[in-house]
Write a protein that binds this ligand. Structure first.
Ligand SMILES: NC(=O)c1ccc[n+]([C@@H]2O[C@H](COP(=O)([O-])OP(=O)(O)OC[C@H]3O[C@@H](n4cnc5c(N)ncnc54)[C@H](O)[C@@H]3O)[C@@H](O)[C@H]2O)c1
Ligand SMILES: O=C(O)C(=O)C[C@@H](O)[C@H](O)[C@H](O)COP(=O)(O)O
Ligand SMILES: [Zn+2]
Length: 364
């Protein structure tokens, strides 16, 4: 049977700590929704793709816990992770006279999760929210850790807040409807955890990639759990990215430049991160920080995951300008997350000439 028992993790953030539950059938399991903040109103935030698939199921599961369960359905896509879409959430909350106890439920991928979290952080200066991630990427990464944001045309996730959810419910069954391209995008963030924290997990991904791509629930359960364990540990140690948390940004300095440079949505976030990791691995190797063979190994895995490994051709000055706006940059100096021996990552600068070489070597 393609089903697995529920497993539970805790993210240890004192009074802001919360559970991550991973398993099959969790959307319809009454236990998923008990013990959350009590409130008369709840608002399910979803989008035009996910709402028709799963909003009714969530609505029914939540109805014993709230007098009114409302819904707002956002336009789908990274291009809508913006102010006008954020305002649709505030409009719905205000039109329905939602009070400061209202609980928001983010039902969707990382875009819905990030924008709902930001709305929750802002509405009446903060209302509780629950993450119900429906993509692999959101289950292994974006639903955990409390980074919430919208994009700015000049840079990814530029307007946002750190704001933790009250619970994360990862129902593996909803991944059955995920398009293969989106599953591949999620695999990029799964792969990320190997080089930055766990070489044995990297070996496991290499061995189980076909099972993951075939949506085998036991393989997915392990991948989601191990990814969330690593992320939870890093976030508990450095919630607001004073330093260590930046390792979760491996591949993102190049990746975010691809997303913003092409216009949000042309490359998926996971696609840009996959290619960005190959570029960061190349830079790490050229700096002598990791074995020379590592970029080849990572490129082969990213490619097998169904992700692009050749960067789009953007003018080199645009690459550099975009990366100088990255949130890790300090005083205009770009800081990359580089692999410092397999299983360890550090944040550091690199000579501009070398960065230019890597961009040229890795681009179309
Ligand atoms: N906050 C964080 O820590 C963090 C971490 C990683 C990524 N992110 C952000 O997450 C976003 C990417 O998330 P994503 O990859 O989930 O993209 P997404 O939210 O755009 O979802 C991908 C696509 O899949 C559809 N979809 C979602 N669930 C589905 C399902 N079960 N069945 C069928 N279709 C489904 C969506 O409607 C969308 O079209 C980016 O904006 C990225 O910046 C944030
Ligand atoms: O949680 C984190 O920290 C991450 O960096 C996870 C990333 O996968 C994610 O894409 C995040 O949104 C990027 O953060 P940003 O601060 O560079 O916008
Ligand atoms: Zn990411």
């Amino acid at each position: 049977m393609n089903s697995v028992p529920m497993s539970r993790l805790r993210i240890d953030l004192d009074e802001r700590g919360y559970d991550i539950r991973i398993g099959c059938g969790l959307l319809s399991d009454p236990d998923s929704w008990s013990g959350l903040p009590r409130a008369a109103q709840a608002l399910i935030v979803s989008n035009t793709t996910v709402a028709p698939l799963y909003a009714q199921r969530l609505q029914e599961a939540l109805s014993p816990h709230h007098e009114r369960v409302l819904q707002v359905v956002l336009p789908d896509g990274e291009a809508h992770k913006d102010w006008p879409t954020l305002n649709l959430i505030f409009d719905a909350l205000l039109e329905q006279e939602c009070d400061r106890r209202t609980v928001l439920y983010a039902l969707g991928g990382g875009v819905v999760g990030d924008i709902t979290g930001f709305a929750a952080a802002c509405y009446m200066r903060g209302v509780p929210f629950v993450q119900v991630p429906t993509t692999l990427l959101a289950q292994v990464d974006s639903s955990v850790g409390g980074k919430t944001a919208i994009n700015h045309p000049r840079g990814k996730n530029m307007i946002g807040a750190f704001y933790q959810p009250r619970r994360v419910i990862c129902d593996l069954d909803v991944l059955d409807t995920l398009p293969p391209r989106e599953l591949s995008a999620g695999l990029a963030e799964v792969i990320k955890y190997g080089p930055i924290a766990d070489p044995a997990f990297l070996d496991w991904i290499e061995q189980n990639l076909d099972a993951l791509r075939a949506l085998d629930k036991a393989a997915l359960s392990h991948a989601v759990r191990r990814s969330c364990e690593i992320k939870a540990q890093v976030v508990a140690a450095d919630e607001r990215e004073a330093d260590l948390r930046a390792i979760l940004n491996f591949g993102h300095t190049f990746g975010h430049a691809i997303e913003a440079g092409l216009g949000y949505g042309e490359w998926l976030h996971g696609e840009a991160v996959g290619c960005g990791m190959v570029m960061a691995a190349e830079l790490s190797a050229r700096l002598g920080m990791v074995e020379a063979d590592f970029p080849r190994r990572l490129r082969a895995l990213v490619e097998r995951a169904g992700l692009p490994v050749v960067a789009p051709s953007l003018p080199i000055e645009q690459w550099l300008a975009l990366m100088r706006l990255d949130k890790k940059a300090l005083a205009g100096e770009i800081r990359f997350v580089l692999i410092d021996g397999l299983g360890q990552a550090v944040q550091r600068t690199a000579p501009e000439a070398l960065v230019r070489e890597v961009i040229q070597a890795c681009s179309a």
